[in-house]
Design a protein around this ligand. Structure first.
Ligand code: NI
Length: 138
């Protein structure tokens, strides 16, 4: 066993463990340890985001109707306000009316959440989803 690994025992209700085992099997885990490690990582990342102190990376996905008056300009203005946090933007013309944009964002979690909040609140944005990760430091 590697020296930086620790083993610990967990007491858990039978039913809960059975459900957990079924779920992780469906997801393709071959053992509980890896599933539990992933859960702990997710929990830690979520907490870093919640407290707003961490540096992180993420994506913001937007879907909007580009025919709405001034909508594209509003979204563009907001993105320029955060030019130092937005690493890259992918724009896809979904059909004759709708656009999809994926923004790769990097910075402190508070700023990233503010960007997503401002973009999602623009009238005419049909969907806005922030996906966050820890930027390789977990
Ligand atoms: Ni477009």
């Amino acid at each position: 066993m590697e020296t930086n690994l620790q083993r610990f025992g967990v007491s858990i209700d039978n039913t809960l463990l059975e459900e957990f085992d079924e779920l992780i099997a469906k997801k393709g885990y071959t053992n509980r340890s890896e599933a539990i490690r992933d859960l702990i990582r997710d929990y830690l990342i979520e907490e870093r985001w919640r407290t707003g102190t961490a540096q992180a990376v993420g994506t913001i996905t937007l879907v909007y109707n580009h025919h709405l008056r001034e909508l594209s300009d509003r979204l563009n203005d907001i993105q320029h306000d955060y030019h130092d946090k937005i690493v890259s933007v992918l724009h896809v013309h979904l059909d004759a009316h709708h656009c999809l944009e994926v923004l790769v964002v990097r910075g402190d979690t508070t700023a990233i959440q503010t960007i997503a909040g401002r973009l999602s609140s623009v009238k005419g944005v049909q969907h806005c989803k922030l996906v966050t990760t820890a930027g390789g430091n977990i």
